[in-house]
Design a protein. Structure first.
Length: 592
């Protein structure tokens, strides 16, 4: 990778820093993604159904709380008929709540599923939109291994958003429902100190609030680093996955170089970073458990202790005590929702940060192209490919990048049917010129006027062989159904791959089964099938066996009606096509 490709764009950096520093902006990006999702209405439908079920469940829970008083009073009074009646009432209430719990569980899962579908599709579409993925991979570390953000982070964000949203709403409804119950019960509690008696309005409500507040503040104090620790862990996990994928994709080269030990050492170093992040996270979670578990165990006895003075003074019955304790537990449970979910909230914020930063960086790719000097690319009105004053520049002028380069001929026109070869001085990056024609490298000055885009086929030196059936690979990216088996086998025969004609429906990792010559021959078979009017190639004959080079060059020579633009040095191409030569030269001073 050249150094002009490895620098970061200021606009991308500023965008990333802005999103990382602002939770509000992260939420705005997430809400924008949701609102423009194609399945927004489906998610909202499930959300409304969940609201209805949660409200019904809260009502049933309140009824179950009221059931406590007559049930425990019947026990205290040894009233068997009343006891049996309360058992029947319990069966009815618990049965209804059971059905509601099952329905809510199903709605939870379906909502999470559709949330993940909407978010993942949105991020993938943003990634593969307008060549953003390529530009991000060349200008920012975010584009080096995006699979973690596209897959795992998007999954966690969707599932945790659903879980936390439902939990928060459910806790809020329970709080609203039971705080009134607990307030009413508190008004009946009379405290007696000798001959003096008094009431404290909302006595148990204030007790629950103070207890939950103490738990929340202590949890916040102990676990404030969890969000950053989770984000750091995800980043290191992504590095490990990338190291494993890279090694897996280059097993042959590693084996030939006997580099297994070196690769193993590198992977172990990356694993050490992951394990170090997990250790820090484990320590933080362990410290948080002291708070959450401690307050959880105390919650068993605290409500009874708070209400016990009134019970021992005789102002409430045993059933009233148990009802007040149950109501206190519901209010406290709702208030301590933040405490119980502090770790998950931190995890959610880490996933939100990584996904929204990635999405914002992708959107910034469009701004970046506008900020930097760029080559103007337009459509040719007369079907001629025109190159006017083209200077292929570094991405950011004046930052120590290698010198730019330009066409010696300055203004070049290529008419339909012409064969042209573009070579250049030593050290000139011809690939960037190829990328500029393909619209992948906009940095520089001048104007490129292209014939209809649908008529042009760009053939890189190292092509892409997708996994799947051979016939699909040969037709990529168009559908294989556009070509008959006879067309495909004829193309394979012309490029010397007739032995593959019987394997058209075979699925395989073809980039591993075929050598370099066979892979380039497949690219030429694709050309023969698609029959483009214009072909732009980057050094496709470089490094091939003489026999393969001669065969493929001869095929290009037979394409008398096709415009050929070959970027590279190839005597075989020049001889077979009688190509006109155009030259690239280095420019040390962009102002010259």
């Amino acid at each position: 990778m050249t150094s002009e490709m490895s620098g970061k764009s200021p606009s991308v950096d500023q965008t990333i820093a802005s999103v990382e520093a602002s939770f509000r902006r992260q939420m705005a990006i997430a809400l924008d993604s949701f609102w423009h999702s194609a399945i927004r209405n489906r998610i909202l439908t499930f959300a409304f159904a969940l609201v209805a079920v949660i409200l019904a469940t809260a009502y049933g829970t309140v009824m179950l709380n009221h059931w406590n008083a007559p049930f425990y009073n019947a026990l205290e009074q040894r009233n068997l008929p009343a006891f049996l009646q309360e058992l029947r009432n319990f069966a009815a209430i618990a049965g209804a709540l059971l059905v509601l719990n099952v329905v809510q569980a199903w709605l939870n899962q379906m909502t999470a599923l559709h949330m993940r579908e909407g978010l993942t599709r949105d991020v993938i579409d943003q990634w593969l939109k307008g060549r953003r993925a390529f530009r991000l991979s060349m200008t920012s570390p975010l584009g080096v291994n995006p699979d973690q953000r596209l897959h795992e982070d998007a999954r966690k964000l969707a599932e945790m958003t659903t879980s936390l949203s439902i939990g928060l709403f459910n806790a809020t409804i329970l709080l609203v429902s039971f705080i009134g119950v607990l307030w009413g019960l508190s008004s009946d509690i009379v405290f007696k100190l000798g001959e003096w008696s008094f009431r404290i309005p909302g006595y148990m409500v204030w007790g629950a609030i103070l207890y939950a507040l103490a738990a929340s503040l202590l949890s916040r104090l102990v676990g404030h680093k969890l969000s950053n620790l989770n984000a750091e862990r995800y980043a290191r996990e992504a590095d490990l996955r990338f190291s494993l994928m890279r090694a897996n994709e280059n097993l042959e080269a590693i084996a030939v170089a006997q580099g297994e030990e070196t690769e193993s050492r590198h992977i172990h170093q990356t694993l050490d970073s992951v394990l170090g992040s997990i250790r820090h996270l484990a320590l933080a979670l362990t410290n948080l458990t002291w708070v959450t578990a401690g307050f959880g165990w105390l919650a068993i006895i605290v409500p009874i202790l708070i209400a016990s003075p009134a019970y021992f003074s005789g102002t409430i019955t045993f059933g009233g005590l148990m009802m007040a304790a149950a109501a206190f537990t519901q209010v406290y449970s709702a208030l301590r929702w933040y405490v119980d979910n502090f770790g998950q909230i931190a995890d959610w914020r880490a996933a939100l940060l990584r996904v929204t930063v990635f999405r914002a960086a992708l959107a910034a790719m469009d701004i970046e192209a506008l900020d930097a000097p760029r080559i103007e690319i337009g459509a040719s009105k007369d079907g001629i490919l025109s190159l006017k004053g083209i200077v292929i520049g570094p991405r950011i002028p004046g930052e120590g990048n290698p010198a730019a380069f330009r066409l010696v001929e300055r203004d070049v026109e290529i008419v339909p049917g012409e064969h042209v070869m573009v070579n250049g001085d030593q050290g000139v990056n011809r690939k960037l010129f190829f990328n500029a024609l393909a619209g992948l490298w906009p940095f520089g000055t001048g104007k490129i006027l292209l014939p209809a885009t649908a008529d042009i086929l760009y053939v890189p030196q190292i092509g892409y062989l997708p996994e799947g059936r051979l016939r699909s690979l040969l037709a990529y990216p168009v559908a294989s159904t556009n070509f008959t088996d006879a067309d495909i086998t004829a193309a394979l025969e012309r490029v010397g791959l007739q032995h593959l004609g019987t394997r058209l429906d075979e699925r395989a990792r073809w980039e591993r089964l075929l050598d370099k010559d066979e892979q380039m021959a497949l690219a030429f078979a694709n050309i023969l099938l698609r029959k483009p009017r214009w072909i732009v190639m980057h050094d496709v004959l470089e490094g091939l066996e003489p026999e393969t080079e001669a065969r493929l060059a001869a095929l290009l020579g037979e394409m008398t009606g096709t415009t050929l633009l070959y970027i590279g040095r190839s005597a075989a191409f020049a001889k077979a096509t009688d190509a006109r030569l155009v030259h690239l030269e280095r420019v040390t001073d962009l102002a010259s």
